[in-house]
Structure formats: structure tokens, C-alpha cells
Design a protein around this ligand. Sequence first.
Ligand code: FES
Length: 93
Amino acid sequence: MPDKTMLCLCLDITEHDLDRAVAEGFTDAETLKRYTAAFMGPCQGKSCMDTILARLADKTGVDVESLRRPTMRPPAHPIRLGILACLGDANAQ
Ligand code: FES
């Protein structure tokens, strides 16, 4: 039975999913992101980035500090700073 330890809660990516991706050759954070969609959930990797990079470093034998973090993308739509700071109505124009 595959390990059900969750690494990315936004997208239900497990340790088993990550280990399989690494075994298939996705051994850097950018290609791992594209293959598994890790870091692409609503939190944009804020919850899972460190855990996944630590697991990737462990599986590849690379120092975690030497791993490049994947490219972060800006939001698809502009967001008012007041909304991010919970100061405004998300539906206000
Ligand atoms: S927990 Fe992985 S993208 Fe949110």
C-alpha cells in the first residue's frame, strides 16, 4: 500500500507521488513542480515548499540549501493590497 503521508495539502500530493516523480527523473524543484503541480495550489507552496524541498534533497542526496526554488508566478488577476491585508471587500470595485 502506497504511503499516504501528505506533503502538499492543497493538491493531495503524497510522499509516494513525490518519490515516484523523483524516480522518474524529475529531480529539481522546477520540473517537479511542472510534473506534480506541487506549489501550484491556493497557498502557492507557502505550506509545502520547505517540506517538499527537504524530501527532494533527501531522495537525491543534494544539500537542500543548493536546491533552486521554483519560479513563483504573480496572481492571474490584480489583487488590491487591502484585500490581501483583509481590509476590504473582495467584491468591491
Ligand atoms: S500545500 Fe502545496 S500548494 Fe498549498
